[in-house]
Design a protein around this ligand. Structure first.
Ligand SMILES: Cc1ncc(COP(=O)(O)O)c(C=O)c1O
Length: 395
């Protein structure tokens, strides 16, 4: 991989050691240019006029995201963020009291809250499949729960926000396809760093954001919707006049494509930036990215393991770009500030981000370090040395 080229494409690399890709990645120049040139055009000729003028480029952005996922543009909806994609998908399922949502113990906090909200409002039952001893959902147990409860929905977060765990989404997808159960995958933390082919996963919905490992802009997300869901006429509860047309006083007609999950008003600059980010990731090669990130993470975990006060959380077998640690006696939020003062970006997460996982690991908060392929081995050494030196000063 031509890391030097990717770094010179990335203005942020010359200012920061950016190890917060699970928060948001550094955008490369083609992404920045796609956004800023559209904003400039809007300011010069008007927002709606700029949208019309760029209609080919906007159509191409759908194709770019579709290429990244191995699907077609008609199966892609753009949204504002992964959560917006998730709630649009959830709202399309007509849950009734007693319906079961089957999920895992590592699904994202907002998803868990939304399930609990559905439980409170509609009386659905939320069941979480148990983990295997070594971590990650026990797929055999999850399949047994599918057989027993015939859930209305199975939902799995591919990579949780708070650990390097990679869930076996393909195995779960096989089971859901065989049982004819709707399957929703949250790929927010995996898109851009792990290869994702929706046909392999066999999911019905897949939610993602642009800003993390994919290196797109903030304020942009997308949703994949399978042909099966489209053919079954699933649509969001609050479909708007872009997703449907008002055909008579008491009637409306939803559109045929995944665009029925979109809202009418859109930040098209962000959509163009997201398309450019998908193209960039494809040109780098997501398989290459995965291998590179795995190498950096291995180096990071080894380095951190040798720091006295550091406990590296999780012993995940399949490594990806998120490492969480605790530093004995140090508040991770204070560590974030100390590192940021040295030009190193990392993040911290409290228990409310991952109640079940953090309680199991007996931690109340953790420091999260998340490298992407454009980071270097010497940046990894730098963060390890910085954590070592900050933590060796007695507070
Ligand atoms: C696993 C996971 N899912 C969903 C989300 C929500 O994404 P967004 O902030 O784009 O709504 C996040 C955000 O960090 C996440 O880590």
């Amino acid at each position: 991989m031509d890391i030097e080229r990717y770094r010179s494409d990335t203005p942020g690399c010359s200012h920061r050691v950016h190890l917060n890709n699970a928060g948001s990645g550094l955008m490369p120049s083609p992404v920045i240019n796609a956004i800023t040139s559209h904003i400039k055009l809007e300011s010069e000729i008007g927002g709606y006029e700029a949208q019309d003028a760029q209609s080919d480029a906007i159509a191409a952005a759908y194709r770019s995201v579709a290429n990244l996922l191995g699907t077609t543009a008609d199966n892609i909806a753009f949204t504002e963020n992964a959560t917006a994609s998730f709630v649009q998908a959830l709202s399309a399922i007509s849950f009734e009291s007693g319906d079961v949502i089957l999920t895992t113990r590592n699904d994202y906090a907002s998803n868990q809250i939304q399930f609990l909200s559905l439980q409170a409002r509609l009386g659905v039952q939320v069941i979480r499949a148990p983990d295997q001893y070594q971590g990650g959902v026990d797929v055999a147990a999850l399949i047994a729960l599918i057989d027993k409860h015939r859930p209305r929905l199975v939902c799995v977060t591919h990579v949780p926000t708070n650990s390097g765990l990679v869930q076996d989404i393909n195995a779960v997808g096989n089971a859901c396809a065989a049982a004819g159960i709707i399957y929703l995958v949250d790929a927010c933390q995996s898109i851009g760093q792990l290869p994702i082919r929706v046909d392999d996963i066999q999911c019905d919905f897949l939610t993602a954001t642009a800003r993390k490992f994919l290196r797109g802009p903030r304020g942009s997300g997308f949703l994949y919707v399978s042909d099966r869901m489209l053919e079954q006429q699933l649509a969001p509860l609050f479909v708007d006049m872009s997703g449907a047309s008002w055909t008579g006083e008491d009637s409306y007609q939803i559109v045929d494509t995944a665009k029925r999950f979109e809202n009418w008003e859109f930040a098209w600059a962000q959509v163009l930036g997201t398309g450019a980010a998908a193209d960039y990731a494809i040109s780098v090669g997501v398989d290459n990215i995965r291998v590179r990130v795995e190498g950096l993470v291995r180096q990071l975990r080894e380095g951190l393991s040798s720091v006295d006060k550091v406990r590296v959380l999780g012993n995940d077998e399949e490594l990806c770009g998120i490492v969480t640690v605790t530093v004995d006696g140090y508040d991770p939020y204070a560590m974030v500030s100390a590192l940021r003062a040295q030009g190193i970006n990392v993040s911290a997460q409290g228990r409310e981000y991952a109640v079940i996982d953090y309680d199991k690991k007996n931690v109340v908060s953790a420091l999260r370090i998340s490298p992407n392929y454009y980071n270097t081995g010497s940046e990894i050494d730098q963060v390890v040395a910085a954590i070592d030196s900050v933590s060796s000063v007695n507070l």
